[in-house]
Design a protein around this ligand. Structure first.
Ligand code: IMP
Ligand code: MG
Length: 185
């Protein structure tokens, strides 16, 4: 039996709560904030989150890589940069999950160095707080989770199963089936 960690309704509740707080934060801005989704995992969360941020805003994406199967490799590489200059902008970095904290630390540092934004805020739907390898505190987090491998709603196993409306813990059986499907022994 699949263990559901967050149902669709629970996810929407968190998106609404954080989305409304962010709308309040930027309501009287002179320039629209730029919400930057970290591909590919944050795409479903970013999409639902911004639907509750009822102010003019800009959406962009960045892509980094560090995961290999179910383990973080610890080294972050930039795969795709944002499509615009975010100098002097209020930016909101949106992630699916923060685990070791290495990716978010890399991203915050990357934006500060390259673009000198006006401000940087970090958001993630899930926070594996107990698993940090570097100290990192999110500004907004949806749910603190235990150190288990999670999937669905953006979170993947070897790029599979980002497409569910809920977050779940896969069984060993399921992982075996997917490995076979991908031709991995
Ligand atoms: P960190 O650099 O270790 O904090 O890892 C962050 C990235 O690892 C996230 O953006 C996810 O893409 C990936 N990740 C961390 N935990 C999980 C998980 O349980 N399932 C799937 N991907 C994960
Ligand atoms: Mg990610």
């Amino acid at each position: 039996m699949k263990k559901i960690v967050l149902s669709y309704e629970e996810i929407q509740k968190r998106c609404k709560l954080i989305g409304e707080q962010l709308a309040t934060r930027y309501r009287f801005n002179d320039t629209p904030p730029v919400f930057i989704g970290v591909m590919k995992g944050a795409i479903p969360f970013l999409t639902d989150l911004v639907s509750y941020v009822d102010i003019p805003l800009i959406i962009d994406y960045i892509q980094v890589g560090s995961f290999n199967g179910t383990e973080s490799t610890g080294t972050v590489v930039l795969k795709k940069d944002v499509s615009q200059d975010v100098r002097n902008r209020d930016i909101v970095i949106v992630e699916d999950i923060v685990d070791s904290g290495i990716s978010m630390t890399f991203l915050v540092d990357y934006f500060k160095r390259k673009y000198q934004p006006k401000s940087v805020v970090t958001v993630a739907l899930l926070d594996k707080k107990c698993n940090r390898k570097v100290p990192f505190e999110l500004d907004y987090s949806g749910e603190i989770v235990q150190n288990e491998f999670l999937m669905g709603y953006g979170l993947d196993y070897r790029d599979l199963y980002r497409n569910t409306r809920y977050v779940f813990v896969p069984t060993e059986e399921e992982i075996k089936t997917w490995d076979e499907l991908l031709g991995i022994k």
